[in-house]
Design a protein. Structure first.
Length: 401
């Protein structure tokens, strides 16, 4: 059975600091406003929604205790709508969409919502703890290093210079600024409001279209100290002895920004469209998640893409447009090189280097961005993918209908 995308929305991404525009909004409220907007746009009878799946990478504190179900209730959905949260690190939002699609494809749901939320200003990265980074026995056995060191390892291993990374980052900022100025995101971004209904933020807060290569060249590497002083470089070199030393080339300007945000994607079968009068915008063709080497960690998008293409009986040449989360500039450069994808076919409206990466929500966000741009350009097929902590990758292929 086919699973179709009927609609999607996302919030603007607010700077993930205490002075960010969305800091006063709790994660539950951020997710609830997004779910409410998705319902209101389509005049959706929420009794028809069989499940809500929500990505959340730090499901603790304000984001804990099944933030998905509480957000559903706070959004005013019918109490018959169940919900649960999932965590596949950075691809959680896309995985949530894939799980929703799986239910529809299996005939176990007429409609489901794949979504994601992360309030990084209120529940910072690392709040959830976990054995991987904190238990010495586990860290030793898995050759654990922080992601920034992994990104620098990729750059070193594949010969991407500091200028290569910075040039990509400048392009991301310029593309995002152009997309906003031309209204490309207007259809799908919904303003976040305060408790009085006053808009707090209506556009992504961290876009800096005027940034220059010269300005980025003055920034200090962000991960040198943790690599050199705290031993992560040595751990990585044990796993990659062919590398003489790790060159630290990533910094705040060529890495993804820390932000708050939420997104939601409405998935349903053909019968759902007939019942509601909604027109499907795209069909989910295939999806895949894979495991990859956990020290370098961030190379999973390539095998995930290859597996999703295999499931769809397609090749990279069959894909008109790509979206890859810009966790770090080296991640995208490596992906383009490995799969021979030209820059004009990927992240054409910028990415997380410019707009930020709200961990649990990003996957759902980039899938929606991909669909909107496919429609704007009148393209047929698209693929969204993300690298994932601990060495994983997720990819989803869609085609317009």
């Amino acid at each position: 059975m086919d699973a179709f995308i009927y609609d999607h929305v996302r919030t603007p991404r607010g700077r993930g600091k205490s002075d960010g525009s969305l800091h006063e909004v709790t994660p539950v409220n951020l997710a609830a406003q997004t779910l409410g907007a998705l319902r209101d746009r389509s005049s959706l009878d929420t009794k028809l929604v069989d499940d809500v799946i929500m990505g959340c990478v730090m499901p603790v504190g304000e984001q804990g205790s099944n933030v998905a179900r509480i957000a559903v209730l706070m959004a005013g959905y019918d109490e018959s709508v169940p919900a649960f949260q999932i965590n596949r690190y950075c691809s959680s939002g896309l995985e949530a969409v894939n799980v929703a699609a799986s239910k529809v494809m299996a005939g176990q749901a007429m409609a489901a919502i794949g979504s994601g939320v992360e309030s990084m200003s209120r529940v910072p990265m690392g709040t959830g703890g976990g054995a991987w980074a904190t238990d010495p026995a586990v860290a030793f056995a898995t050759y654990f290093v922080p992601q920034g060191v992994s990104a620098d390892l990729i750059a070193t291993l594949h010969g991407y210079s500091r200028e290569d990374l910075d040039r990509y980052a400048v392009a991301s900022q310029q593309r995002a600024a152009a997309a906003w100025s031309e209204g490309r995101f207007a259809r799908s971004v919904v303003a976040v409001k305060d408790i009085l209904g006053v808009p707090l933020l209506e556009r992504d807060e961290t876009v800096r279209g005027s940034v220059t290569l010269e300005a980025l060249s003055g920034l200090k590497p962000s991960f040198a100290e943790m690599g050199e002083k705290y031993g992560s470089n040595g751990v990585a070199l044990l796993r990659y002895p062919q590398v003489e030393r790790i060159e630290h080339r990533h910094h705040a300007g060529n890495s993804s920004g820390i932000v708050d945000g939420a997104a939601a994607v409405l998935i349903g079968n053909a019968a759902f469209g007939r019942k509601t009068g909604l027109k499907p915008r795209a069909r989910i063709r295939s999806f895949a998640s894979i495991g990859s080497e956990p020290t370098i960690m961030l190379t999973g998008p390539t095998p995930a893409t290859e597996r999703a293409l295999k499931y769809a009986r397609m090749s990279t040449s069959d894909i008109d447009l790509f979206e890859l989360n810009e966790a770090f500039a080296a991640v995208v450069l490596r992906y383009m090189e490995a799969l021979s994808i030209p820059h004009e076919k990927i992240n054409v409206n910028g990415g997380a280097i410019a707009m930020g990466h709200p961990l649990g929500a990003t996957g759902a966000m980039i899938l929606g961005t991909l669909l909107d741009e496919m429609e704007r350009r009148n393209l047929g097929t698209g693929l969204a993918t993300l690298c994932v902590g601990a060495g994983m990758g997720t990819a989803t292929i869609i085609e317009r209908v």
